[in-house]
Design a protein around this ligand. Structure first.
Ligand SMILES: CC(C)(COP(=O)(O)OP(=O)(O)OC[C@H]1O[C@@H](n2cnc3c(N)ncnc32)[C@H](O)[C@@H]1OP(=O)(O)O)[C@@H](O)C(=O)NCCC(=O)NCCS
Length: 167
């Protein structure tokens, strides 16, 4: 995960690259949230050779958001693993878990307005652009990454799309 978090292309839409120490601290935090809650940002592995591809999962942001408190879905994959559908595949598993196991009523996703690859995953998951862009509270004020787009999906829409897909 440290090499993924240090890749400028992967981290293009984040305020900074993470050092190995910062990456390890983030992974420790994600692991402790999974231990405490039973869910979180999970490691994603290739089923072919069990190598780490990145992380995808569910998270409760600790900072205030215009649509919060909420549970978000997020993803970060190694550059070599883009373009193969892994984020969407893992995203489907996470939303199944969010609505079927956690019984959440809705899940949100947000990213800098210009992060078209992340937005495309949201759209492939049938999430809806709420047309309610906001300034991310933890991104520096003058950063071009501050304006975020927000997508959402509720349990009713997810279940009805999934039952059509599975027919
Ligand atoms: C956001 C991110 C996870 C998207 O990755 P991605 O590979 O584009 O998304 P997916 O894994 O869903 O793959 C979809 C692509 O795989 C292709 N694909 C190939 N085989 C596929 C399959 N079997 N099923 C689905 N899609 C497939 C799709 O056509 C699509 O290609 P396209 O981008 O050329 O249209 C990735 O760009 C990333 O990690 N970015 C850096 C971190 C980041 O910005 N995270 C979001 C911050 S909020």
């Amino acid at each position: 995960m440290a090499s993924i978090n240090a890749d400028p292309e992967v981290m293009k839409f984040f305020p900074k690259l993470l050092s190995r120490q910062e990456s390890n601290a983030a992974v420790d935090k994600f692991k402790s949230l999974i231990s405490n809650n039973g869910w979180g940002f999970w490691a994603v592995e290739s089923t072919r050779d069990r190598t780490l591809i990145g992380l995808v999962g569910l998270h409760k942001p600790a900072y205030a958001l215009p649509f919060g408190p909420c549970v978000e879905i997020g993803w970060r994959l190694a550059r070599a693993c883009w373009g193969q559908g892994y984020a969407t595949e893992a995203g489907i598993a996470c939303l199944d878990f969010a609505f079927n196991e956690l019984d959440l009523s809705e899940v949100f996703a947000f990213t800098p307005d210009s992060n078209m690859k992340s937005r495309a995953v949201m759209e492939r998951l049938n999430m809806e652009n709420l047309q309610a862009n906001f300034n991310h509270p933890t991104v520096p004020i003058n950063s071009p990454l501050r304006e975020h787009v927000v997508y959402q999906i509720d349990s009713r829409k997810w279940r009805s799309n999934r039952s059509v897909e599975q027919e």
